[in-house]
Write a protein of this length. Sequence first.
Length: 242
Amino acid sequence: MSGHSKWHNIQGRKSAQDAKRGKIFQKISREIYVAAKSGGPDPDSNPQLRLMIDKARSANMPKDNIKRALDKASGAGGEDYEEITYEGYGPAGVAILVHALTDNRNRTASAVRGDFNRNGGSLGETGSVSFMFNRKGYIAIAREGLDVDEDQMFEDVIEAGAEDLQSADEVFEIYTDPKAFTDVKAELEKKYDLATAELTMIPTTTVPVPEDKVEQLNRLIEKLEDEDDVSEVFTSAEYPED
């Protein structure tokens, strides 16, 4: 794992995401719909759906919204979404992956390309940056008020089936194989309150972002995240500590 703290970047972007909570619910509903449509509406037999429902709960999404998405997926017909990944570079040479669920490939490609071009970035070819990221499960456990040292946490994490533990100032950061993520999460939940748990893309190396490029990079990420068809945005950015 790279030595930077993913938690630091998560906290740096949290306020911007909180301001768009309604749109986030809309996007998670689409992800629940697609997962249920492809693998069935029972989360006990559909791991992807179970992850999406957990994601909805972590975002404090109302139960009625989850139920509507499941009911919609159980009905005949419905929308036909395609999963697409766009790759490019942002300000300061930061690698960016954009995951989208769309029913109109041309519309989404045009919107994503425009966001890159207008905000100091450039859209690349397929494979241009994806090799710089690994799919991982990521779990954070807050250190405040936790009477556990790093050695004990390491034992618990490895026993639960995780791959790696890193200590940041505010949290213990745990990384897992994506296939083991659900089981590791369930084991750790028996002992600890989880600050966050998600499947994500982890950069193999990070790019320090100069202070004079932070605003421009954040503007690009926010424009991408604001697109209705975009579900997730991942970067190799390492933000300044302040």
